[in-house]
Design a protein around this ligand. Structure first.
Ligand code: PLP
Length: 397
């Protein structure tokens, strides 16, 4: 059948293809997909069950339940000092995924450009293309802790540049900018009148410093679309619920598309999300502390093995360099899977700058992470001397 060229040009997600293989194998420790191992809290599941029992099985308003929008507004005010009107500035979506798609379709005319710092979440560039836009990759690397330099952003701006797509804490690098770095990027956006689409889905998983929301910076609320959701913080990946907040005209435009495509996010998921926002901070903090302990162990372990790995500031991913092995990241990931039964994701899957790295998610229980580290160690030691890393040179702390 003849299919649309834009779709034909898009490669299937490198992550999914890899994990189809993993699902066929026994005894694999997966440091692969970014899926929290903390399930949805019982009080959240019960809220959804209760809603079902009360017969709340209908559509909701297109923008999402007002009670949920109010809860999101209250949550953002309390945690990040942001002020959004639940009536006009908050849209409940089918995860951050749908919110991103709506944002790009609402903003872009054919040929408009979006600057996408990479390595980045696998959906960004394809979604820009599907919205008729042109993704402009901005390669980042360990020398800037995977944070783009303002001058590098400026160098890519053309009359067609419409938006800058940011994601901190970052998937796959775990990077999060300092206050000064974020201020500098915001200044570029203001100077060149860019919209910032800020995917802050990992905001609660910030270990090194308080998370800074892009719209909280001076002059940024009016040009930033903030995306967030429930998948990562509340272990709710399968519920498919998230939200977008931002300028009322952009939210209204996104709402127009949403009403004809998704109609509304699932009602049960919305009921559950209201309850998720009531989960006490101390429960979320306990989860963050757990991830933090794993983070330190996996990063120390990878460096000890001779795979240089910076300490990620947020999210639940370590992004070590596998360059000392002499293998490409695709080869490394494939051989590690088949020979040592550990699944990691080749860095190329995340775009420019990903080559020479692999992504290891530490959303897996600590004993499994420790076992995975032993397997990785044995695998690396088994490589021929020419491709073995020189441990002393490789450790970067
Ligand atoms: N954004 C980032 C950076 C992600 O890593 C993911 C999932 O891995 C998503 C968005 C998808 O979020 P959701 O489950 O809310 O659609």
């Amino acid at each position: 059948m003849k299919l649309a060229q834009a779709v034909q040009g898009i490669a299937p997600s490198g992550i999914r293809r890899f994990f189809d293989v993993v699902s066929q194998m026994d005894d694999v420790i997966s440091l692969g997909v970014g899926e929290p191992d903390f399930g949805t809290a019982w009080r959240v599941r019960e809220a959804a069950i209760y809603g079902l029992e009360r017969g709340r099985t209908t559509y909701t308003t297109n923008q999402g339940l007002l009670e949920l929008r109010q809860a999101v507004g209250g949550h953002l005010r309390r945690r990040l000092g942001l002020d959004y009107d639940p009536e006009t500035q908050i849209l409940i979506t089918v995860g951050v995924s749908e919110a991103l798609d709506l944002a790009l379709r609402a903003l872009l005319d054919p040929g408009d450009e979006v600057i996408v710092p990479q390595p980045c979440y696998v959906a960004y560039a394809p979604c820009v293309v599907l919205a008729g836009g042109v993704p402009v990759p901005l390669t980042t690397g360990p020398e800037t802790s995977f944070i783009p330099r303002p001058e590098d952003v400026t160098a890519l701006i053309t009359p067609r540049t419409r938006a800058l797509l940011l994601n901190y804490p970052n998937n796959p690098t775990g990077a999060a900018p300092t206050h000064a770095q974020l201020h500098a990027l915001a200044a570029v956006a203001r100077r060149h009148d860019l919209v910032v689409i800020s995917d802050e889905i990992y905001d609660r998983l910030s270990y090194e410093r308080e998370h800074i929301a892009v719209p909280s910076l001076p002059g940024m609320a009016e040009r930033t679309l903030l995306l967030n959701g429930f998948s990562k913080t509340y272990g709710m990946t399968g519920w498919r619920v998230g939200y977008a907040t931002g300028p009322a005209d952009l939210i209204a435009a996104m709402g127009k598309i949403h009403q004809y495509t998704a109609l509304c996010a699932g009602r049960g998921a919305q009921e559950a999300a209201i309850e998720a926002l009531r989960v006490p901070d101390r429960d979320v903090q306990a989860m963050v502390d757990d991830y933090d302990a794993r983070r330190r162990i996996i990063v120390a372990g990878l460096n000890r093995i001779g795979l240089p790995c910076h300490l990620p500031a947020g999210a639940f991913y370590a992004f070590p360099s596998i360059a000392p092995t002499g293998l490409s990241s695709q080869e490394f990931a494939e051989r590690l899977l088949y020979e040592a039964h550990v699944a990691v994701v080749p860095g190329e899957a995340f775009g420019a700058g990903g080559a020479g790295h692999v992504r290891c998610a530490y959303a897996t229980a600590l004993p499994r992470i420790e076992e995975a580290l032993e397997r990785i160690d044995r695998f690396v030691q088994s490589l021929t001397p020419a491709s073995q890393p020189h441990v002393a040179n490789a450790i970067v702390g």
